[in-house]
Design a protein around this ligand. Structure first.
Ligand SMILES: C[S@@+](CC[C@H](N)C(=O)[O-])C[C@H]1O[C@@H](n2cnc3c(N)ncnc32)[C@H](O)[C@@H]1O
Length: 489
């Protein structure tokens, strides 16, 4: 009997055999699952193509997410051309739920639909599963993806480049620094750093070391990130909070910390619906606090023995108040006081809050832009390439340069770059070196008219992308799908 088993029994009222069943399920390896990138390939085309490759796809409750089983696994799924071309993202089914649930709730909201074209924040983004999913679901909005850990940003960039969205931009800072932007975002996705018990337990040894006290520290960070998320979301805006953990400290208690101010009466009700086998936890706020009017719209814990997924928790909120009356640093309860003080030398209530020093905040006129709009000459180089080789034009949008990389974004990041320190600018369409433009295969998705461009079938090897002074460019096809712009020979 492990400490985690005791915890499950004491906290969720499971019997000892049930707790052991959960732990056994958590130790099982998970089947592979993928999310199809419908901006690059139609779902039906992907399904037919998969069938031709001997890939068996089993649908899930998310239309574009499938369990995948392959006859021939000599090439790792991540090395297939389909993956390299960005037709799909390898993503755990439970982990694909926060953006899906967020979309469901947002779509119910007439006002938000009208107001589409907003700005979404993915506060903890790497490796980018949910960022690319948000970009896919909200094509007219800009997704600002943030990843604090610089060792994880290369993987995020790789995934963004591979998947090829023109409505993402990346910043790299501690999520808590967004406190500087109250009520700025239409929706915030907080997929919080967590103890990871929902996935880490597959390594059986991890479970033996599980201890409630080990999660205190991460829970504290989660509360601070959650408070930030609540602050930065606009009135009527949406917030998604998720973790790949099952314990209450990193889930319900983090959510409750939003409400633990003043005299709110928070009640927890757990409904364990044996019929549908869905455990649904509800937070009932009896007495709304005027400062924090976040309404929980949905929450779900993914129990591995029931859902056959990793352990996961997802919840969606909407900020209902017309205007947040919350004033930073005021009326903080005793329980919460000191949260920031202990971890940071300058407290939130000091005259120089710690986040002020962070470089995402533009000191007027001093902001060093990492994202630079292209010069007229650079734009001409790109446009000349496109008209000469592909006989078409760029879609309406904005070009940016980061080092020698050329990025296309449907949104003008220029004004936002006054506030955010962008390190990636959207769709990486090529490079400019010595006044010459070399495209990436993504260029195809930034063109107005593509039907006249010649096409040819290519092999996986050709797609290895060793481009040497190509004469002409065309649309590369592989099976039933298009992989992008490739050299003719
Ligand atoms: C669960 S992972 C995110 C997974 C990602 N959302 C996805 O779907 O691919 C949590 C991320 O939070 C980042 N992180 C840790 N501390 C953070 C902080 N203080 N602010 C923002 N992000 C943080 C970690 O580096 C990690 O990449």
């Amino acid at each position: 009997m492990s400490r985690f088993s005791d915890y499950l029994q004491a906290t969720f009222e499971f019997s000892a055999p049930e707790a052991e069943e959960i732990i056994a399920a958590m130790k099982q390896p998970l089947g592979k699952s993928i999310r199809v990138n419908t901006r690059k390939i139609a779902l039906e085309d992907f399904q037919t193509h998969a069938q031709e490759q001997g890939w068996e796809l089993t649908p899930t409750d998310i239309p574009e997410v499938f369990l995948i089983d392959r006859e021939d696994t000599s090439i790792a799924l991540g090395n297939t051309l389909e993956h390299q071309a960005g037709w799909f993202y390898i993503q755990e089914v439970a982990a694909a739920h926060p953006p899906h649930l967020l979309r469901e709730q947002i779509m119910k909201n007439e006002k938000w639909k009208v107001n589409n074209g907003g700005i979404l924040l993915d506060m903890c983004a790497a490796p980018g599963g949910k960022t690319t999913q948000l970009a896919d679901y909200f094509p007219d909005s800009l997704v600002i993806a943030n990843e604090v850990n610089r060792t994880r940003t290369p993987q995020l960039f790789d995934n963004l480049d591979r998947m090829g969205y023109d409505n993402i931009a990346v910043v790299s800072c501690d999520g808590r620094f967004f406190q500087n932007f109250p009520e700025f975002f239409d929706a915030v996705l907080l997929d919080a750093p967590c103890s990871g018990e929902g996935t880490a337990f597959r390594d059986g040894a991890v479970i033996d070391h599980w201890h409630e006290k080990n999660i205190d520290r991460i829970a504290k960070l989660q509360k601070q990130l959650m408070e930030t998320a609540e602050t930065v979301v606009k009135p009527e805006g949406f917030l998604s909070y998720s973790t790949c953990t099952l314990n209450k400290e990193e889930n319900e208690k983090v959510i409750q910390s939003l409400y633990s101010w003043e005299k709110a009466k928070v009640k927890e009700k757990q409904r364990n619906d044996k019929k549908t086998k869905i455990d649904n936890w509800e937070l009932i706020i009896e007495d709304w606090i005027w400062q924090k009017n976040m309404h929980m719209l949905f929450s779900k814990r993914f129990w591995p023995h029931i859902e056959h997924t990793g352990g996961f928790f997802a919840s969606i909120f909407q900020k209902k108040s017309p205007k947040t009356l919350f004033v930073k640093g005021e009326k903080k309860s005793e329980e919460n006081k000191g949260d920031f003080v202990s971890e940071n030398p300058q407290s939130r209530t000091s005259t120089a809050p710690f986040w002020r020093s962070y470089p995402i905040l533009a000191a007027k006129g001093q902001q060093k832009l990492i994202v630079n709009p292209v010069t007229k000459g650079e734009r001409e180089i790109v446009e000349r390439f496109i008209s000469k080789n592909l006989k078409t034009k760029l879609k309406p949008g904005f070009l940016f340069i980061i080092r020698d990389g050329v990025y296309f974004n449907q949104r003008n990041l220029g004004p936002l770059a006054q506030h955010f320190y962008f390190v990636h600018g959207g769709m990486r369409i090529g490079t400019i070196k010595n006044n010459s433009f070399t495209p990436t295969h993504h260029l195809l998705w930034c063109l107005t008219e593509t039907s006249n461009i010649p096409q040819r079938q290519i092999t996986r090897e050709e797609f290895e992308w060793k481009v040497k002074n190509p004469e002409k460019w065309c649309v590369g096809r592989y099976g039933r799908g298009i992989v992008g712009i490739v050299p003719t020979e």
